[in-house]
Design a protein around this ligand. Structure first.
Ligand code: G3I
Ligand code: 9MR
Ligand code: ZN
Length: 521
């Protein structure tokens, strides 16, 4: 039996629950002050219930009513204890700062010095010109962030991270200025790399730059194989339009970035013109390239997103006409790298003007239906899991995305009704889950020690501030295949460096977490 809590702590006024996982004879619990060992709150445990996702029984300790600032742990009537946790206003500040610092630590093409990167400092990496696949032409695509545990740089993946971080700025400027004032400079580092991924001649955007394969567990400057730019794709080009159009909206309002902003919007227009005159098609790894594919089955959601961002930024009705000509039912939703529809829906809903109420309502409904299903899932699940028992590669991102959607819906409606669900979803990520794992490296009492992240493996220490992927019941790497056959889906997670399907990290799993934390500081 284990007592699962949010290991970072709880803010006063939020729902506070601990889950007792595994059968237990205890029927009551106490909240104990860590320093004085005094019992400050006690209550009855809920009835024991079978929780299929984790194949175990659970009971819930609800101490929502207890709001006094301090350090505590939970103890049951048999003497079992939880980790220590805080109740205080500032539980997420450090996590927010660290999860933004992660982007700096993922920087490619520049030296990271000892002072700012500590053991993760390294010489400039990946700074040679890259071969355009299948040609003898070489271009400069230096800069940007390493995608993940590997050192690839992928336009589709980058877009999700950029949009989340720009929305963080747009929605919580005060928190950004107070805790993560470097945010726009950090995002600019990625945007300026992305500009280089645009083909000067046509305006189309190359899908990615990587070596032909993945390197061993080495620091980035030691990956010195030839860099190869993979072909232009429709998804990368539309995503590029969206990133640049969104960036223009943010950067053009700030004097020192005006020159950059102008470049961004020009690049967006040029890329959009490319899509109007060409079809590059969906991306598939070309022969000989085996790095992250970021493939897709539809680019209609990317198209919707591109036009919605262009419409919101420029107010040009021609863009809105194109949006209204798209059959909404065919647009994949979500805030994922592959399904980006919800970014487009949100951009459209928050544009200044809407010509057609019916269309507006239909777009709003797409967002709100999803938000409703998230709330239902959080309500029904003992851990407040938001995705109705669905686990997949990177599902911790899905969880953070869900909290993000609830926050955005509250902003659209001008309400606060979804706030309590946001805090429960956050509790899940920081330890109130079937693995009792605080999924952010370097935080909480039990967090990943073996993330699939080359610098962490090379330096034999997890880099802090990284959100790992989470359970993947399809067992998609050898370690999971060997060791997790027959294990309940919510438990298919291994804190092991070679389990890339459950314990990798990426920029676009961190980015929705940044958004969600900036809302709660
Ligand atoms: O589309 C299906 C969906 O219909 C289904 O409900 C869901 C649940 O099984 O799966 C969805 O497909 C998944 C797809 O991602 C989209 O989410 C696949 O099963 C899953 O295998 C696939 O995983 C991707 C993985 O690469 C393998 O391609 C991850 O999302 C993606 O984050 C990951 O990205 C890698 C890069 O390739 C390389 N760099 C590291 C990065 C992180 O691991
Ligand atoms: O390290 C790679 C990781 O970033 C990817 O997400 C993953 C799936 O594409 O692949 C990892 O690389 C492994 C490769 O796929 C198979 N051989 C072992 C590699 C490192 O564990
Ligand atoms: Zn690099």
């Amino acid at each position: 039996m284990n007592i699962m809590i949010n290991q970072l702590g709880y803010r006063p006024g939020t729902i506070k629950k601990a889950v007792f996982s595994g059968s237990s004879d205890a029927d009551s619990f106490k909240v104990i002050n860590q320093d004085t060992k005094e019992c400050v709150y006690s209550g009855a445990l809920s009835e024991e219930k079978y929780y299929e996702d984790a194949d175990e029984n659970v009971k819930i300790a609800d101490f929502t009513d207890f709001n006094i600032v301090g350090k505590y742990y939970i103890e049951d009537s048999l003497g079992n204890k939880s980790f220590t946790f805080d109740i205080k206003e500032n539980v997420y500040e450090e996590a927010l700062i660290s999860s933004v610092k992660m982007f700096y630590l993922q920087r490619c093409g520049c030296e990271l010095d000892k002072v700012s990167a500590d053991i993760f400092s390294h010489k400039a990496c990946h700074n040679t010109k890259a071969r355009i696949y299948g040609t003898d032409e070489f271009i400069d695509v230096t800069g940007g962030w390493h995608d993940a545990g590997d050192y690839g740089r992928y336009v589709v993946a980058a877009t999700k991270a950029i949009l989340d971080l720009l929305m963080t700025y747009e929605l919580n400027q005060n928190a950004v200025e107070k805790y993560i004032p470097q945010l726009l400079d950090e995002v600019k580092y990625e945007l300026d790399w992305m500009l280089k991924m645009q083909d000067e001649k046509t305006g189309g955007v190359y899908h990615k730059v990587t070596c032909a394969g993945f390197p061993g567990f080495i620091m980035p400057e030691f990956e010195t194989e030839e860099l190869i730019v993979s072909p232009i794709s429709d998804t990368a080009t539309y995503d590029f339009v969206a990133s640049m159009a969104h960036a223009y909206r943010v950067y053009s309002k700030i004097d020192k970035y005006k020159g950059d902003a102008d470049k961004y919007i020009e690049a967006a227009k040029k890329a959009l013109a490319y899509t109007e005159n060409n079809t590059a098609g969906l991306f598939k790894n070309p022969e000989g390239i085996v790095t992250g594919e970021y493939d897709d089955y539809s680019s209609l959601d990317e198209k919707f997103l591109a036009y919605a961002e262009m419409y919101k930024t420029t107010g040009n009705k021609e863009y809105e006409d194109i949006l209204m000509s798209i059959n909404l039912d065919d647009v994949p939703g979500l805030f994922e790298w592959k399904d980006v529809g919800e970014y487009g829906f949100y951009a459209y809903i928050t544009a200044k003007e809407h010509s057609n109420k019916e269309f507006y309502d239909a777009v709003y409904k797409r967002l709100n239906d999803h938000a409703k299903s998230i709330i239902e899932s959080v309500d029904e699940d003992p851990y407040g899991y938001s995705m109705s028992g669905k686990y997949y590669w990177g599902c911790n991102m899905g969880v953070a995305n869900d909290a993000m959607l609830l926050i955005l819906m509250d902003r659209i409606d001008g309400t606060n009704t979804r706030k309590k669900y946001v805090s429960s979803i956050t509790d899940y990520l920081f330890g109130n889950n079937p693995n009792g794992m605080c999924y952010l490296t370097g935080f909480g009492s039990k967090s990943p020690m073996g993330p699939h992240h080359r610098p962490s493996v090379a330096m034999k220490k997890p880099m802090p501030g990284m959100l790992v992927g989470g359970p993947e019941p399809l067992l998609l790497d050898d370690y999971m295949k060997k060791n997790f056959d027959g294990i309940a889906k919510a438990k298919c997670y291994a804190d092991y460096f070679d389990s890339y399907s459950t314990n990798e990290i990426t920029i676009y799993w961190n980015s929705p977490l940044v958004f969600v934390l900036a809302e709660q500081v």
